[in-house]
Design a protein around this ligand. Structure first.
Ligand code: UDX
Length: 454
């Protein structure tokens, strides 16, 4: 990409980076995008990864891959609550990671390790081996500042989550409401808090903090992080999927046949529906989504990920649905999402607002129907609809009448048109940030300088 052509390291020995992604799709994607970007600048890359959800080495022939055991049993990755998993993985990966890294060091120098911020155990390993450590945060800067503000409010007795109704606003952090708080409704609030505190503590000794966002979108939050949360080097380098040379990181097989189907649709008419890699639903929700889409009369491309319906590998769609939608609807198990969003026929994205999906939608200029599922997604959905105003939020769960109405508002009404204009401007903004001289471009320069100083 033209934006990054000029940054190239000049060194007699190629600096060696060890990367540790967290084994979820939404974390693997930005980490491998970052690694690909740094490799294109001249760094050598070793990816240490868990056995579970391991990336496919054949997609990255220039990287060295080193698997480590993670102690998870078959299927545990999908049955365990993700926060509990983060806790388990931090316990089980420390010794194997130390062992693998020590062996790498006996073969030659390692310049620095770059780890997902959720892997807080790496602080102890880096200290023990006296290696510089940089973190990648895979969510939005606004989520990081929200978490910090919530902690302060709770410490000072100014916020009681249990007393408020879900729609009660939190005046100190507008436009968020009680129901937008990350972790609200979690089955294990103690583990959620513990993991959050561990991540926060381990952040302090990191020598750099990379975020997959851009100044043109989250400058206020980035300033706050610089001031209050992570005073050392902060590098806002997003959107990484646009900045980095293209690579395939998908853990599931992407069904490219949908591209030919999209080719046959009229411009900006298709609503793309996908709720990411973790969200799961009841069968009842699936039925409401199906009828909402059918009754909206809009063309749709809908990803129903295997395992995403509670206790079912796959479920039959309601009778009559196929008949009503076969001329204008397509269902697939996993999409080449970035290509789908970039397709001229796609005019809207009904999303769970995972941070990657949100960035991908913004950076392809696609308006969103926001329907968050957990954690950071609630904050992102609220910001997307009420601050950045590039989407509208579907409140109150899944109801076929509300869905039908919301899809039409987004796809054919004036409201959707206005959102499209705003999201197109944001797309331009993102592209300016990664172009030479832009803020993300300069952050990359800063990161390269920092690593070369180790
Ligand atoms: C979750 C969080 O909510 C997210 O904010 C956090 O940073 C990581 O974990 P997830 O549910 O995986 O994320 O969603 P998202 O962050 O949107 O990542 C999903 C990725 O999978 C995207 O990069 C998307 O392009 C890709 N994807 C999704 C596909 O390739 N095909 C699909 O059909 C759907």
């Amino acid at each position: 990409m033209e934006a990054s052509r000029d940054i190239q390291i000049q060194a007699t020995k190629v600096p060696h980076l060890v990367i540790l992604p967290f084994p979820f799709q939404g974390h693997i994607n930005p980490m491998l995008q970052l690694a690909t970007l740094l490799h294109s600048k001249g760094f050598s890359i070793t990816v240490i990864h868990t056995h579970s959800n391991s990336p496919n080495p054949s997609n990255f022939p220039n990287f060295n891959f080193e698997p480590i055991p993670d102690g998870l049993s078959d299927g545990q990755l999908w049955t365990e609550d993700p926060i509990t998993l983060a806790f388990i993985l931090n316990e089980s990966c420390q010794a194997p990671f130390l062992d693998r890294l020590s062996r790498l060091l006996s073969d030659g120098p390692v310049t620095c390790i770059i780890t997902d911020e959720l892997f807080y155990f790496t602080e102890a390993v880096a200290d023990q081996l006296k290696l510089p450590r940089i973190l990648l945060g895979t969510s939005s800067a606004t989520c990081a500042t929200t978490m910090a503000s919530l902690k302060l409010l709770q410490q000072n007795g100014l916020l009681s989550i249990t007393d408020g109704q879900p729609n009660t606003p939190i005046p100190e952090i507008p436009p968020l409401r009680i129901k937008d708080i990350p972790g609200i409704g979690t089955t294990d609030p103690d583990t959620f808090e513990q993991v959050g505190a561990n991540v926060h503590n381990a952040m302090r000794s990191a020598l750099g903090y990379i975020m997959n966002t851009f100044d043109g979108l989250e400058s206020t939050a980035l300033v706050k992080i610089r001031q209050d949360i992570h005073p050392v080097s902060l590098f806002a380098m997003g959107p990484l999927y646009k900045f980095s040379p293209r690579s395939s990181n998908s853990l599931l097989t992407q069904d490219y046949s949908c591209m030919a189907w999209l080719d046959k649709q009229a411009p900006q008419t298709v609503i793309y529906v996908s709720f990411g890699s973790l969200a799961s639903f009841d069968k009842r929700d699936l039925v409401e989504i199906a009828w909402g889409l059918a009754n909206s009369d809009q063309p749709f491309l809908w990803v129903v990920r295997p395992g995403s319906i509670h206790s079912h590998d796959w479920v039959e769609l309601p009778e009559g649905f196929e008949e009503k939608t076969q001329k204008r609807g397509r269902i697939i198990k996993w999409a080449p999402q970035q290509e789908v969003l970039a397709h001229p026929s796609v005019g809207g994205f009904w999303t769970h607002n995972g941070w990657n999906s949100t960035l991908e939608s913004m950076c392809e200029g696609v308006p969103m129907l926001c329907c968050p599922y957990l954690w950071d997604q609630m904050v992102i959905a609220r910001y997307a609809s009420h601050v950045w105003r590039v989407g509208m939020q579907l409140e109150n769960g899944f109801d076929r009448i509300e869905i039908e109405w919301a899809v039409r508002r987004l796809m054919v009404e004036i409201e959707g048109k206005e959102i499209r204009e705003r999201v197109s401007a944001l797309k331009e903004n993102a592209m300016r940030c990664i172009a030479k001289g832009g803020s993300s471009y300069e952050s990359l320069e800063g990161l390269v300088d920092l690593i070369m100083s180790f």
